[in-house]
Design a protein around this ligand. Sequence first.
Ligand SMILES: Cc1cc2nc3c(=O)[nH]c(=O)nc-3n(C[C@H](O)[C@H](O)[C@H](O)COP(=O)(O)OP(=O)(O)OC[C@H]3O[C@@H](n4cnc5c(N)ncnc54)[C@H](O)[C@@H]3O)c2cc1C
Ligand code: FES
Ligand code: FES
Length: 1334
Amino acid sequence: MSAEKEGDSLCFFVNGKKVTENNADPETMLLSFLREKLRLTGTKYGCGGGGCGACTVMVSRHQPATKTITHYSANACLLPLCQLHGAAVTTVEGIGSTKTRVHPVQERIAKAHGSQCGFCTPGMVMSMYALLRNKPQPTMEDITQALAGNLCRCTGYRPIVDGCRTFCQEADCCQASGGGDCCLSGGQNADEAEHEKPQLFDREEFLPLDPTQELIFPPELILMAEAANPKTLTFRGERMSWVSPPSLEELVQLKTSNPKAPLVMGNTNIGPDIKFKGILHPLIISPTRVTELFQVTQTPRGVWVGAGCSLTEVRSLLEKLVPQFPEERTELFRALSRQLGNLGSQQIRNVASLGGNIMSAYPNSDLNPVLAAGNCKVSVVCGGGRRELPLNQDFFVSFGKTILTPEEIVVSVFIPFSRKGEFVGAFRQAPRKESSFPTVTTGMRVLFSEGSRVVQEVSIYYGGMGPTTVSATKTCAAIVTRPWDDETLSRAYDVLLDELVLPPSAPGGQVEFRRSLTLSLLFKFNLEVLQKLREMNVITDELPEKMQMRPLPREIQASLQEFQHVSKDQSDQDPVGRPIMHRSALGHATGEAVYCDDIPATDGELFLALVTSSRAHAKITGLDVSEALRLPGVVDVVTAKDIPGQKVRKISGYEEELLAETEVSCVGQMLCAVVADTRAHARRGAAAVQVGYEDLPDPVFTSEEAVEKSSFFEPRRTIERGNVTEAFETVDQLHEGELRIGGQEHFYMETQSMLVLPVGEEAEFNAYVSTQWPTLTQDAIAETLSIPSNRVTCHVKRLGGAFGGKVNKTAILACITSVAAWKTNRAVRCVLERGEDMLLTGARHPVLGRYKVGFMNDGRIVAVDLQYYANAGNTVDDSLLVTEKMLLHIDNAYNIPNLRGHAAACRTNLPSNTAFRGFGVPQALVVVENVVNDVAALLRRPADQIREINMYTGPSVTHYKFEFSPESMRRCWEECKAKSDYGARRAAVDQFNQQNRWKKRGMSIIPIKIGIAFSEGSLNQAAALVHIYQDGSVLVAHGGAEMGQGLHTKMQQVASRELGIPPSKIYISETSTSTVPNTPPSAASYGTDANGMAVKDACQTLYQRLEPIRQKHPKGSWESWAQAAFFEKISLSATGFYRGPDLFMDWDTKEGKPFAYFTFGVCCCEVELDCLTGDYRTVRTDIVMDIGRSVNPSVDIGQIEGAFMQGLGLYTMEELKFSPSGLLYTRGPSQYKIPAVCDVPLRFNVYLLPDSHNPHAVYSSKGIGEAALFLGSSVFFAIKDAVAAARSESGLLGPFSLDSPATPERACLACASPFTRKIPASEPGSFKPWALNI
Ligand SMILES: Cc1cc2nc3c(=O)[nH]c(=O)nc-3n(C[C@H](O)[C@H](O)[C@H](O)COP(=O)(O)OP(=O)(O)OC[C@H]3O[C@@H](n4cnc5c(N)ncnc54)[C@H](O)[C@@H]3O)c2cc1C
Ligand code: FES
Ligand code: FES
């Protein structure tokens, strides 16, 4: 490559329009190009690492060899712009728009209520769109595969799946209509159900899918592809060059002269390395035009597959070949294809190459163990010639390294046919079933002598058991030449145990689990081999039915969503009580909805990047910003000294520094901020800031350490009813236990985002912030800049999810951004990267719960003493309020006469934790329900009986002397038992467990009673401002923020009813502190209650004002009345106000009225657990909720489903992991798993309790945002139930400990299978664990 050569121009198409880029920078990914250069902001940033799907686009290419056009979904965040030469990109804006025609995919996802905050929606739309371009009538399996890599934190996926299901051919029955008993399920007659039950959506309304309407592939690109360009293409950027040679010969030359330059194919390894590890490659070689790398050649012994083929292409090829050959020849093909089906997501598989996967040499690559066990080989080429090398233990040298020299290029991979008597197995266990790197993965192959069970060859490889793919050579030696029987296998397990040892502090942790998986995956292979030997009549002994293993069920079925019709007398025009679509749903689905970072940049705008502490507890000895200031584009650095006003935020009597000045108290604490002309420059600047530290002794990380050192935020609270100590003397049995519940990352899809603009005069600022509490942000900015609040306007259009995480932390970030805007007098934007966001904004509090319970032999719980330690982190934030709310809920649904709770907020050197949906209630209640479960286990009685015995009944009083009626809670309980057919299914579960040794089912039914509204009385207020314009259109403003919970939609419904006009005449533009001031946060499930009353008040005022006009012109229209009112000088603008209840809690007397009322619900779940791996699937969920008279059943059901799934994540999969020095390891979707489509219960029924009323909230509704999150714990307890059944096989009865989340690791180890019991536990204290148990 000549250094002087001018860069070529890059040509591709976006949405049918040609893009020519003369200075394409190899560092630019398609996502930022679309968003910043083309202003196509529908494609979203959610993680930047291929793990969330928010950035999904469709890429199309013409293949000259086959004269076909391929379409595939891809993550724009990992697609280098330079890779797109000759491609056509379709984004969400390219398929439909509200201005022209909405695409059927957009329409169906929107109308099926598949969008809440809408931030994931464009990605979902594009994944589904790409599927439909390839297969207009997909199966449900196709749909779930296509959506597996798209995360949604709001909806719980059910409505998205139901919207997409309408494209399935097999869904051409009432299943597809989104509700009602299905005609296939043998339930009610379909017609009857249609008429009797209201539906969430009507599929009759949907536009048909018409493939002829799609954008055509640009003919210019066909010509370009056909006219093979013999030229090397070069693109040069600021720091990197990109070279794309046209032939293998030139590729070899290039690689020989630049051995360090990586070959970028799918960029799914190199891309994240560049982005997250800051690795800089001055030269990138792109071999995508080298045809040899894509060739497939079949030989009598197998097939050579080009190393450049994508994993999707490899899978399709294998699937095509399998039916063409006898089964015995395709063992390896099928094993590989199975493994490929679970590797990464569809978007990743569509771009990641076979050669890239091999050469990445990941320790836990899914393919390498199978390729190695299957005797595959690679053909490599370099300047010195070609050679073939087997993919065996010698090939994989160490982490990310193979035996190849840096000059060598893998051209193709040989996958052999299997031989007669040869079996191949591929297994993996991952933290999440799909779109997740495996914890342990394996490929196994055995060859038997003809007609015998004697092993002729065996080969076993594992991933996840060391720095690279490892061979279990000694284990193989213990098997080969022996008969495949119990004796051989049992020796093999012992050898394997000795052979694959992990040190107790091995990177990645989970040491016991990983070791046990090596055994249990070999056992699974054994079961498969025995089955095959039996089919071949080599052995005759039948494997007992009980020992057999079938895969977990996976097809998501149509579910029920039941709600009450509005009353017959309600006018057709009145939308209250009807399942109205989210008012922005079509905007979400078309990518038109504007989020904070979609606001166009203003002239001279700067970007802010934060510098954070790398130490948990240290003095700051120096802050050197000189290097950063020298970098291109860097404009300034903001430190604490620059803050003109208050340098701290005060909460609960404690102070939190905005930017640390002298000392840091956690890793991730903010130290200073760099502002630069672009994001990339700001981030490079931040990385160049040098910080000096002097470590301070004894950082505190865990709750136990905090207790030992008495490190608390005060006050610690206690509450008691009855006399627990005395009652313990009178009971039949006493029991003590402990439950640890992990924290939870909010993982709102839109990271913290803000833009602060100086207006330019009189110290006025406009702040566009993604916050739940505009007033707090406004006041905080004003205090920080030392200006009055009237100079700051905080605007919130919508949030891409929040869940409690966009209150206090957002205000601090907005303060820092505003200082930068003030100092530079320029607009400053701050949008956190996903990793930064996870690192520095805190999470749900991890809690250690300890308890002692006294109970009678008849099941009555007489006394409970509970102690909660919440890990608050380094600042107080809302921790004291969280611990108080925990104590106010310790009775849950139970009338326990003697009940005591203590709660402490532990001060530790971890990032400060904050509010999260449920605000402590989910942590408090899971401990309470665990107590009930333990009592049931001790009494050997079903847990639901103990729950029933102790449940509140009749007029009741809580432990803080609040009177209430539990009548509708008991109705929920009874309805849930009936709807779920609890009795019969419980019996079926028991029967299943008797018939299965390695799989167990479990069931649980869990109630919730949750208090609604703020216990700090002053926050229970709301205001609204409503304008009627002369054309009759109405603008409503209120204090609540729209964050996906459908608040604006409900407010539109309220205004529509009160003004008597259709919702289409009503618009809600934004929430702004200049229109509605002094508002409380949108939180505590109180948004609709409070703002609904305020909007109602304002609308009623206006309605009254118009009364004389209406009297005068009874036949007039709404528009004519509005105009007449103007001419009669009647004000068409009114404020509304709601003075909510004066709630309080007196912690001295321990009495109060901290809630307006209770929302009740009950959830029944059934799971199936694979006891060998801990993998599980929620087979069915039935939720009955009492939410009074729902204002909008589709929104409320959405809240229930979404919260439930978030709870499912909390209690069964989401794990925050910290290093021993307090660094958060889990800083992105690759390490932190939230539920995905594969986690949706296979049947997910939600019923709103009919005939329930609530005098305390607007139109008799109830707050619902938070309640159902705790119901996710019924999955936890169902898993526990299944584990108990597994333990009983080993004679282990009675209570046992299972911490939350019940991850596959915990569930598997708790099952105490013969395999887990073989693993010697490491002695605590004898080693430094890889991760802290906080
Ligand atoms: C979100 C996500 C999830 C994932 N999940 C999984 C999973 O579950 N299981 C799993 O196994 N993997 C998983 N992966 C990894 C993924 O499969 C690999 O990153 C991918 O296969 C690498 O291929 P690529 O074409 O993208 O490589 P690139 O990133 O383009 O290149 C990777 C490396 O391979 C070298 N290379 C590429 N081709 C050749 C060649 N022909 N000859 C010599 N060297 C070459 C390059 O020089 C470079 O060093 C995941 C990745 C992501 C981002
Ligand atoms: S932003 Fe691209 S996958 Fe998350
Ligand atoms: S609607 Fe999916 S993330 Fe909010």
